[in-house]
Write a protein that binds this ligand. Structure first.
Ligand SMILES: *Cc1c(COP(=O)(O)O)cnc(C)c1O
Length: 360
């Protein structure tokens, strides 16, 4: 069987070793006689799985003790509401940076709860770059500043952390968390849907500084209240136990491979190889400002759009799956999260070179 490489943006490929381990443990987790899926979330077995996952994540990211780590449901999309519900804390406005499709969704949702000041936007540049820090019009009365460090659809990624003074910085890190080391202390809140770089869909990780939680909008349901989740160890109700367990295995896998410094080195090399081919062969191009090209999501277009279907079908035959770009932008997109092996990148770049030789 030819190996298959899955370039899906999410749910995305998981490390083969993690899946093999989950298979080994599937029917009988550590002699418990049960699958993790069947365990009480309050039993000692699952409590140890949950605790260990949190400890590993805290170690990987160096999360200080005054931050809560929450394992929630509802996807990053629920965070678009939970963030304003919990972080407005008596204020009526919030700053948002608009760098693409996911920023826009976060902005649209926040507008239900507060007045949104779009402090900077690259929409006039078709989201191919990031507005320079000195152009941002931050509102001192804002409750927080929200941005999207990696735009999964546009393939645009910050290589710097915004300086927001006393305003808490909030980041949607769904498609970039754990791809490189991170100084968590620069943030008030970080959130990420799991299905890109953490584990399977159904789990959302929130890292929040504890002094920011507890003062919610009056109508906030307890399921949307960070404090209620923190008070209950993310077990206010039944958590997504199996996804939480798999996330723990992924954290362990990252640790065994040298942690986030090692991840960053590999990710930079993988992305570099792919952009090198896109730039070298006239047949391919990337619209994104080279400084802000994402390490995780690599959109590219063919010089002749009428060859898109053939490209995708031949790629599929070569075991290179899910390269079709997002329906809103077209073209191609290779999502190359932590779990994409370097061999997947070599196979893709060789395929691209051959396709251009035959059809370019
Ligand atoms: C995938 C993604 C989302 C949406 O996540 P869901 O878990 O489907 O709600 C939001 N923001 C970013 C940056 C994403 O990549």
């Amino acid at each position: 069987m030819t190996p298959v490489y899955n370039f899906s943006a999410g749910p995305a490929t998981l490390p083969g070793q993690v899946l093999a381990r989950a298979r080994e443990e599937l029917l009988d987790w550590h002699g418990s006689g049960m699958s993790v899926m069947e365990m009480s979330h309050r039993g000692k077995e699952f409590m140890s799985i949950a605790q260990q996952a949190e400890t590993r994540l805290r170690e990987l990211l160096g999360i200080p003790a005054d931050y809560h780590v929450l394992f929630l449901q509802g996807g990053a999309t629920s965070q678009f509401s939970m963030v304003p519900m919990n972080l407005l804390r008596g204020r009526r406005q919030a700053d948002y940076i608009n760098t693409g499709a996911w920023s826009k969704k976060a902005i649209a949702e926040a507008r239900r709860y507060c007045s949104v000041n779009v402090a900077a936007s690259s929409e006039d540049r078709n989201f191919t770059t990031i507005p320079p820090a000195d152009s941002w019009q931050l509102d001192p009365a804002a409750a927080y500043v929200h941005y999207t460090p990696n735009e999964t659809i546009g393939g645009l990624e910050f290589d710097w952390i915004p300086e927001t003074g006393t305003l808490p910085l909030v980041a949607d890190m769904s498609s970039t968390i754990l791809s490189r080391p991170l100084d968590v202390t620069r943030f008030g809140l970080i959130y990420a849907g799991a299905q890109k770089n953490i584990g399977p869909a159904g789990l959302t990780v929130v890292i929040v500084r504890s002094d920011l939680v507890g003062d919610v909008l009056d109508f906030t349901p307890s399921m949307f209240n960070y404090q209620s989740h923190a008070d209950n160890g993310s077990m206010l109700n039944t958590p997504p136990t199996f996804a939480w367990y798999l996330a723990g295995l992924v954290f362990e896998w990252i640790g065994e491979r040298g942690g986030l410094v090692a991840m960053a080195e590999v990710n930079q090399r993988k992305a570099g190889k792919l952009y090198e081919v896109i730039d070298r062969l006239d047949f391919y191009s990337s619209p994104v400002d080279p400084r802000y090209r994402s390490w995780m999501n690599v959109p590219f277009i063919l010089a002749d759009e009428s060859l898109d279907t053939e490209f995708l079908s031949q790629a599929g035959d070569a075991g290179l799956l899910n390269l079709k770009g997002h329906r809103s932008v077209g073209g191609m997109r290779a999502s190359i999260y932590n779990a994409m092996p370097e061999a997947g990148i070599s196979t893709l770049t060789e395929f691209m070179a051959e396709f251009e030789r035959n059809r370019g």
